[in-house]
Design a protein. Structure first.
Length: 160
């Protein structure tokens, strides 16, 4: 059988960044709290998590690219909430935020976890920001740590 690799959400010794949208801040603040809690509970010192606020989800990719380019971080989490309205604005913002974050992760070889809610209603967003569907900020932080650990294994720098 071939070797298999799987990351674990180990935060010890890691420095992480969170890029978070101010638009729909009642939701994104709760996502941020979930992400910070997950990082700290999994060993990332609170002082080793930097938070970068941007105006909206559209700006998340540009900020993620700039933060990633510093090479100071092991992982990054992007948080936002795009709520569908009566115009196609939702489709453009959600789609381009997703595409831009994916490109940033590939271009800078850093795990960027997608914690951007794309919901039809505010109630759906609330359910995913600490409500009945958990906290997707927490989930994104765990995914970022897991991917950072997997990248370390691929690079041969993982601790045993």
């Amino acid at each position: 059988m071939s070797p298999e690799f799987s990351g674990t959400p180990r935060g010890q010794g890691r420095r992480c960044a969170v890029v978070v949208s101010r638009f729909n801040e009642t939701i994104t603040q709760r996502l941020l709290e979930g992400a910070l809690d997950a990082f700290v509970r999994h060993g990332v010192p609170f002082d080793d998590v930097d938070v970068f606020w941007v105006p909206g989800a559209w700006e998340l990719p540009a900020a993620a690219r700039r933060v990633s380019a510093t090479e100071r971080y092991d992982a990054l989490v992007a948080l936002g909430a795009v709520i569908r309205g009566d115009t196609p604005h939702f489709d453009y913002v959600a789609g381009e935020a997703s595409r831009g974050l994916s490109l940033a992760s590939a271009d800078f070889d850093i795990p960027i976890a997608f914690g951007v809610l794309t919901c039809d209603t505010m109630a759906q967003a609330e359910a995913r920001a600490g409500g009945e569907h958990g906290n997707k900020g927490w989930d994104a932080a765990l995914a970022a740590l897991e991917m950072a650990d997997l990248f370390d294994q691929v690079d041969g720098s993982a601790e045993d």
